[in-house]
Design a protein around this ligand. Structure first.
Ligand SMILES: Cc1ncc(COP(=O)(O)O)c(C=O)c1O
Length: 383
């Protein structure tokens, strides 16, 4: 028997404002007008749906896409995306290299073993050389070649031009979210110096790829030949203590759910698992159909804001798998079926993340598959 799909009006919904996505992409162009842009759409486009976001940004003429893993790149090729696709973690084995040749993917090479795979691959004779970026560790100490390894790899690349074509040097900024941290300037300077040194042998400077969102907004030296914005595309602030609105970024995702019950509780009544919240007086309490099973953070404490009918009220008691409870004293007329905003338009995801001790990145990417995504191309853009 084939199960029929039921649209549940009461299921949590993430409204995805595609006009805001286009607006934010244009903000990238505004801040880095001379850079080419790899739009970072890993982790299901930070929870916004890989294929949909790719289609919108391809139409907006992004120069390429960046994903973490090969399977994400293949999803894009299968969806008909023809732009360059940069695989940030690169190849893990010979099979990955073959797939990269077949689908004309661009690989990061962050360790010499990855270039060994390319050098020993049996695939290349049928295909164009693989585009590769050498990733250099300039201070993040996660992925990347040591500076001293770069000349040898450049030499190997030069000897195997039939197999691989060098795009340039790439690095990732560790602390760019803090505009006062001196590491960012050092990282940019170190990669630039490497490119200048390489230029002496190659007779041309190597293109650089540095800026993430924070780098693009706050660090001119990170606005290199290519940049890699992620969170700012989705309207999230990449900067500590600075809001997205300050940078004219618009939230793309607004997570909503419905009020499914309301009660008049008595002073002293305990609410939810563990009875952590006791009503300080007789009060109306609402139940909203969203919980940690939908990706709403389990650790959101009493006091975390939500919007009901565009007004702020507070979450009370423990978050359950499918429900949260909210204090309706400020909204005594709220009724079953009313829409509740958990984050997005009117309630920045950063603010919720602050209550939870998490980040906008984590909240957006942890949305569960049972949350319905609803796309709206035409919605007015507001903060
Ligand atoms: C290597 C790399 N480049 C770029 C980005 C995009 O960063 P952001 O979302 O802060 O713009 C990420 C995100 O994690 C990344 O890992």
């Amino acid at each position: 028997m084939v199960a029929s799909v039921v649209i549940n009006q009461y299921a949590p919904t993430a409204r995805i404002n595609l006009a805001a996505l286009r607006h934010n992409f244009n903000q990238v162009r505004l801040h880095a007008p001379a850079s080419r842009v790899y739009s970072v759409i890993k982790a299901n486009a930070y929870g916004h749906d890989l294929e949909t976001v790719a289609a919108v940004l391809a139409a907006n003429k992004t120069d390429g896409f960046a994903v973490a893993r090969l399977d994400e790149a293949l999803r894009l090729r299968h969806a008909g995306i023809a732009q360059p696709i940069l695989v940030l973690e690169g190849a893990n084995d010979g099979e990955d290299v073959t797939v990269a040749y077949q689908h004309h993917l661009t690989l990061v090479v962050h360790q010499t073993e990855q270039f060994d795979l390319i050098e020993h691959s049996t695939t290349p004779s049928h295909y164009a050389p693989l585009n590769v970026w050498l990733k250099v560790d300039t201070g993040m100490h996660r992925l990347g070649l040591a500076t001293a390894q770069v000349p040898e790899l450049l030499d190997r690349l030069n000897r195997h031009r039939d197999r691989a074509c060098l795009c340039g040097l790439l690095t990732h900024l560790a602390n760019a979210d803090d505009p006062d941290d001196p590491l960012t300037a050092r990282q940019c300077a170190d990669l630039t110096a490497l490119s200048v040194n390489a230029a002496r042998d190659l007779s041309h400077p190597l293109p650089l790829c540095i800026g993430n969102s924070a780098g693009i907004l706050r660090h001119p030296a990170a606005r290199t030949n290519w940049v890699r914005p992620g969170i700012m595309l989705y309207g999230g602030s990449p900067l500590l203590n600075e809001t997205a609105a300050q940078w004219q970024l618009q939230p793309v995702m607004t997570l909503t759910a419905r009020l499914i019950a309301r009660h008049e509780l008595k002073r002293g009544d305990a609410v939810g698992y563990g009875g952590e919240f006791h009503c300080p007086e007789d009060m109306p309490v609402g139940v909203v159909a969203i919980g940690y099973g939908d990706g709403y953070p389990r650790h959101a404490p009493t006091g975390t804001p939500v919007l009901i009918n565009n007004q702020r009220v507070q979450l009370i008691g423990r978050v359950s798998m499918d429900m949260i409870t909210i204090d309706l004293r400020q909204q005594p007329n709220a009724k079953i079926g009313d829409s509740v905003v958990l984050w997005g338009a009117g309630l920045p995801v950063e603010e919720v993340a602050g209550w939870v001790g998490s980040s906008n990145y984590e909240l957006l990417t942890r949305l569960a598959p049972r949350v319905q995504l609803n796309y709206d191309s035409s919605s007015a853009v507001n903060n």
